[in-house]
Design a protein around this ligand. Structure first.
Ligand code: 9MR
Ligand code: 9MR
Ligand code: ZN
Length: 429
């Protein structure tokens, strides 16, 4: 342990990804949360008699589904985290972040069809009871290909090929090939926007548009290859996209295109740098007394949006060296760690008043709270029965209840932990 008070929290936030592993024997290293390999039977391709091996990857959240769209966000954030502060992860006892991210990437590779299209998700037909992962024994179903999953996959794999080039060149090459195949599929496919097929009711991760996913794919392939066909696709898509904001959401990935696009040659790089700074400048004046950019209404998983804002501010700080952005990034972190209307540290196991009853199946099954998980946080829509029962009439920032029944305010998620890992690592530099 160093004397940085944040190091312990960062370590736990990264360990969380190891705990989320699917299809792996999790040993005594993680204490009571150890369990034998789960979800390791062949999965049925929806509506067919074809079965595939798609073992591996991380459970998405408090449920055990594995979904490509949010996986791409989580992996991208972890790569940015180590880009921003490699040093923070080179500490004994921290889960090796490159190996951990690779665990997800290897699974994602298995989700690609021979024609390049990428299946949207694998899960059971419905959410199971509050049991341990290896106790969920229903048939696994692979849901149909979508172009949002395929676009995110192409982008994430091309991005990862840059990050793993120096570590493992053959792995990087395999990912770049997969990215190119996914891109070819995208180019000849109309939008395939996902909604759950009949009989499947797990997470949908639906979207209204695949334009931003396509843009991100063009940008990453342009950067990874330097080839003209990707560069011109990126140029065209950059011109067409709305560059007012640069969200780093699972559904709107424009911000990832902006962040990576900054490294593109010539005018495109300049456009992306302006995009990032412009978006940060638009958010700055929205910062309120609690240090965050929203408060009237808070979406499901608001802590992700807050951590994402922190990442964007941090990136603007790296670009300009202007302390006002760093300060804004710090405010996002402080809100999450306790400077908020409910006075909770939203990371389990940390702070003087931590969240400790998350909608997280292993924690509920074992009756103990797993540490190092970021709660979704206040959500003003009161989207579950528990929230409706207890939070009626509360202002948005107080629409949080530390009860496991409240999945819309107190679930945990890989892509909520991941932007916090990036923000925290950046600020620890
Ligand atoms: O546990 C599920 C959680 O992971 C999801 O985010 C949430 C919303 O889709 O649904 C939870 O599952 C609940 C289901 O939707 C309704 N019946 C109770 C389930 C467990 O609380
Ligand atoms: O994080 C997702 C949130 O933005 C959506 O509003 C919500 C309802 O569709 O779903 C959330 O994602 C959940 C997913 O569907 C299933 N795994 C748990 C996710 C977090 O609650
Ligand atoms: Zn599993």
């Amino acid at each position: 342990m160093g004397d940085d008070p944040y190091q312990g929290c960062l370590t736990a936030l990264v360990d969380m990804f190891y705990y989320q592993r699917c299809g792996d024997d999790l040993d005594e290293r993680i204490g009571p949360f150890a369990h034998p390999a789960c979800h390791n039977t062949p999965a049925r391709v929806y509506g067919t008699d074809q079965f595939l091996d798609v073992t591996g990857g991380w459970h998405d959240a408090g449920d055990f589904g594995r979904y490509i769209v949010p996986a791409a966000k989580a992996a991208a954030d972890l790569m940015l985290a180590w880009q921003w502060n490699e040093h923070a992860f080179a500490v004994p006892g921290v889960t090796p972040i490159r190996e951990e991210t690779r665990y997800e990437l290897e699974w994602m590779l298995k989700m690609q069809r021979a024609d390049g299209g990428v299946y949207h998700k694998v899960s059971c037909a419905r959410f199971c009871a509050m049991i341990m992962p290896h106790e969920e024994k229903e048939e696994l179903i692979i849901s149909p290909v979508s172009t949002t999953a395929t676009g995110d996959f192409a982008a994430c794999m091309a991005m990862a090929s840059r990050f793993y080039e120096a570590i493992d060149a053959p792995f990087a090459a395999r990912m770049l090939e997969a990215a190119k195949k996914a891109w070819d599929f995208l180019m000849q496919s109309d939008p395939l926007l996902f909604s759950n097929p009949q009989g499947v009711s797990t997470g949908g991760y639906g979207d209204r548009s695949d334009e931003d996913e396509r843009l991100w794919a063009h940008v990453e392939l342009a950067l990874a290859t330097g080839e003209e066909k990707y560069l011109s696709a990126a140029r065209e898509a950059l011109d067409a996209i709305d560059r007012t904001f640069a969200p780093l959401g699972w559904g709107d990935v424009r911000g990832y295109a902006a962040l990576s696009g900054m490294q593109l040659p010539g005018k495109m790089g300049a456009i992306c740098r302006e995009w990032v700074i412009g978006a940060a400048d638009r958010l700055l004046p929205r910062i309120n007394a609690y240090g965050i950019t929203m408060m009237e209404r808070l979406p499901w998983g608001s802590n992700m949006n807050i951590a994402n804002d922190g990442m964007l501010f941090y990136q603007a700080y790296l670009l300009t060296g202007d302390e006002k952005y760093r300060l804004a990034a710090e405010k996002q972190l402080h809100y999450i760690l306790g400077v908020n209307p409910v006075d909770y540290c939203y990371v389990s196991g940390f702070g003087s008043h931590p969240m400790c009853h998350p909608h997280h199946r292993p924690s509920v099954a074992l009756g103990i709270c797993q540490p190092g998980m970021l709660s979704g946080g206040a959500a003003s829509g009161l989207m579950d029965a528990c929230a409706r029962e207890h939070l009626q009439g509360q202002p948005a920032g107080k629409c949080f209840i530390d009860r496991y029944e409240s999945y819309s305010t107190n679930e945990i998620c890989i892509y909520w932990n991941s932007p916090l890992v990036a923000l925290l690592a950046g600020l620890m530099r």
